[in-house]
Design a protein around this ligand. Structure first.
Ligand code: NAD
Length: 311
């Protein structure tokens, strides 16, 4: 049974990934859970095999044995914070990822799967495919993710690490992060408060359910071990059919059986007006196309919210 280490394993996607992989792999995770954020508190009672460790440390020393594969999800997440606290994003996303690479190089870990983001894409592209323009990003968060891709490309070529990067498109589902629109919308709608919509709700996102993300990663975990040394591939992980944030909020309200009240604000300058994932490359590589439609996905998420008495 291969030993897989997830960084950021107490996070939203990391939590689901652990659940998905633990029957097939020996899964350990590291996370900064010594100062639990509200998001981590939400998942804490269900966490297994998570060690308190910083990606900016010699974190491999905290484990028993050396993992064969690292799935690197730990990050400073969210677009907004990267405008107000860019240093934190540099320290975690750039310096932290550099340290993950160094740990791989020093310990001879061959395989790395890592989280990038749709935020690496330059604005004003109707559809985003892996070779679309990623020269400039609207947010510094997006730039840190692009810097990761560039650093990792070099480490693959220079040191023979084999890597797969994943450009996630707005992931939602149970145990979502409290700073994401999904959670904020559920909180406000269930309390009868207005939600904030940008640009009159005419912002489009390729909402992707977390089950499609972890199904894809599970398949990629098998594939990466067949890749030649030093190869580096990058894939979009997106549903492939964007909807407006207005429709998204309306669907959440419908599943919570509550009315929707809205307030409108201009779109922040560092937010993309639209994201749309071309999913063909992923589909050809793992023979899997994200399949959870928005109704089914929001049902799963709102059901979790309701049954955990967050409303
Ligand atoms: P999350 O914030 O829930 O998870 C990230 C985890 O990393 C957190 O538990 C946090 O405690 C941990 N972490 C932060 N700094 C750390 C450090 N120095 N050492 C160890 N752990 C640390 O985020 P998520 O939504 O699960 O996202 C996972 C990854 O996917 C991130 O890299 C994120 O940038 C990327 N991503 C997510 C989305 C999305 O829609 N959720 C979209 C695009 C990209």
């Amino acid at each position: 049974m291969a030993f897989v280490l997830i960084t950021g394993g107490a996070g939203f996607i990391g939590y689901h990934l652990q659940q998905q992989l633990q029957s097939k792999y020996l899964v350990n995770a590291i996370d900064l859970i010594n100062e639990p954020t509200p998001a981590i508190k939400l998942r804490k009672s269900k966490l297994k095999h998570v060690v308190h460790a910083d990606i900016n440390s010699d974190f491999l020393n905290t484990l028993e044995g050396t993992p064969e594969v690292i799935i690197h999800l730990a990050a400073e997440t969210g677009i907004a914070g990267s405008l107000t606290h860019p240093q934190k994003y540099f320290d975690t996303n750039v310096a932290g990822t550099f340290n993950v690479l160094e740990q791989c190089r020093k310990a001879g870990i061959k395989y790395l799967i890592y989280a990038s983001s749709s935020s690496v894409y330059a604005p004003n592209q109707l559809i985003m495919q892996e070779d679309s323009n990623t020269i400039n990003q609207l947010s510094y968060y997006g730039t840190t993710k692009k810097m990761d891709e560039v650093m990792i490309e070099n480490y693959c070529k220079q040191f023979g690490i084999t890597a797969i990067g994943l450009r996630f498109f707005t992931v939602y589902g149970s145990y979502t992060r409290p700073d994401m629109a999904a959670y904020k919308f559920m909180e406000a709608i269930s309390k009868g408060k207005p939600i904030v919509l940008y640009n009159n709700g005419n912002v489009y996102r390729d909402f992707t359910h977390v089950s499609d993300v972890v199904n894809s990663i599970e398949l990629l975990l098998e594939k990466i071990q067949q890749e030649p040394e030093g190869s580096h591939k990058v894939f979009n992980i997106g549903y492939g059919t964007p909807i407006s944030v207005n429709e998204y909020a309306t669907c959440i309200a419908k599943h919570l059986s509550k009315p929707l009240f809205t307030q409108f604000f201009p779109l922040p300058a560092n937010e993309l007006p639209a994201t749309h994932s071309n999913t063909e490359l992923l589909e050809r590589y793992i023979n899997y196309k994200p399949k959870c439609d928005i109704n089914e996905g929001i049902f799963e998420m709102t059901n979790w919210y309701k049954t955990n008495n967050y409303e």
